[in-house]
Design a protein around this ligand. Structure first.
Ligand SMILES: NC(=O)c1ccc[n+]([C@@H]2O[C@H](COP(=O)([O-])OP(=O)(O)OC[C@H]3O[C@@H](n4cnc5c(N)ncnc54)[C@H](OP(=O)(O)O)[C@@H]3O)[C@@H](O)[C@H]2O)c1
Length: 330
């Protein structure tokens, strides 16, 4: 078992209440979408997860399809639990999701009751767990009644296989409806997980208002825009970076000249604030009090440390925020 750092909760402000619930999330959570698959180095994945826990990162975000191969990130995390972190299970917030393609046929994707409940069983088996803390509908299924999808989440909670129900990638109207349904079913929605970063501000157009009104927590994903909002690509595309790997979800064409000009100008603002761009980008999503946690990814322990340090950044002056808005609009 891993001898965890006794000082991991020393910084009290690092843990935040998730909406109006009793659940608490660290300001920075670790996502296992990339770098924890069967194609990745296990020793490195393990080192990142253990360092995260020692820094107070209690929330590990997974999904059925994380890998590659799909499912292998849950297997990796299951091994880390078995060999290193299992003794701390009651401190850990482990989330998983179902909603994207997992197996062939009509019940290996989207939002049917059949898919969600079978997928949760598979996730538990891969991680070697009797329950997860949070089970998400990963995306809205336009062809399945929302009542069915929310009914499956409620069933997951009632069966004890998940402690809390949650949704991801739902628009504001469906979020409000999902919350009402889950409330009626007696298993309230605990949080939303939208994509939010300096480059992806859609949640500002209504979703964050719904999150607040419904008393949800909000754990935002890809706050670094998959690594674009860091110094990673300032000198080209390194072979070991996400955009340089064949299985990376970030593709080289996304790093176009307009985008990279903005990245460089944002990096100047960060330098004036005395921090790396990655830290500023995370501090920026956390500046909104409706955002409970920033779910980051990391391929190196040093990256993770920089991301966690971002939670104690200086607040933004209004002039800085205006300058950032102008760069993004330019
Ligand atoms: N609900 C959903 O639909 C959904 C979708 C996507 C993601 N997510 C969740 O959100 C998590 C995070 O997503 P993400 O990995 O795209 O997040 P991200 O934090 O935007 O990007 C992570 C990548 O940024 C780079 N990076 C991180 N810290 C850095 C630093 N200090 N300096 C330089 N580069 C740094 C690394 O790239 P390199 O690997 O190139 O080093 C790392 O892999 C996922 O693991 C998953 O849990 C959810």
């Amino acid at each position: 078992m891993h001898p965890a750092d006794p000082a991991r909760y020393a910084q009290k402000s690092f843990q935040a209440r998730c909406g109006k619930s009793g659940l608490h999330l660290p300001k920075v959570s670790l996502g296992l979408w990339h770098n924890f698959g069967s194609v990745d180095d296990y020793a490195n994945a393990r080192a990142i997860a253990l360092r995260a826990f020692d820094l107070g990162v209690t929330h590990f975000d997974l999904a059925n399809n994380y890998g590659p191969v799909p499912g292998s990130a849950e297997e990796t995390f299951g091994r880390i639990l078995r060999e290193d972190l299992g003794a701390y299970r009651d401190e850990l917030i482990i989330s998983t999701k179902a909603g994207y393609t997992m197996w062939p046929g009509p019940h290996g994707d989207f939002g049917s009751r059949k898919y969600l409940l079978a997928s949760l069983d598979q996730s538990l088996k891969r991680m070697g767990l009797p329950y997860v803390d949070v089970f998400y509908s990963h995306r809205r299924d336009p062809h399945t009644p929302l009542e069915e999808t929310m009914g499956a989440l409620a069933q997951a909670v009632r069966s004890g296989k998940a402690l809390y129900a949650a949704i991801s990638n739902y628009d504001p109207a469906d979020t409000a409806r999902a919350c009402a349904l889950l409330r009626e079913l007696g298993t309230p929605c605990v949080m939303h997980q939208p994509k939010y970063s300096l480059f992806e501000r859609t949640p500002e157009a209504g979703l964050l208002d719904v999150v607040e009104k419904e008393g949800l927590g909000c754990a935002v994903f890809s706050p670094l825009a998959q690594g674009m909002l860091t110094d990673r690509y300032l000198q080209g595309i390194p072979a070991d970076a996400r955009a340089g790997k064949p299985h990376g979800y970030l593709r080289p064409e996304q790093l176009d000249a307009v985008r990279m000009r903005k990245v460089r100008r944002l990096a100047e603002v960060a330098a004036e604030r005395g921090q790396p761009l990655a830290s500023m980008a995370i501090a920026w999503v956390l500046r909104d009090r409706r955002v409970t946690s920033a779910i980051i990814g990391a391929s190196k322990v040093a990256q993770l440390e920089q991301c966690v340090a971002a939670a104690s950044s200086a607040p933004f002056a209004s002039e800085e925020l205006k300058r950032i808005d102008a760069i993004l609009a330019g």
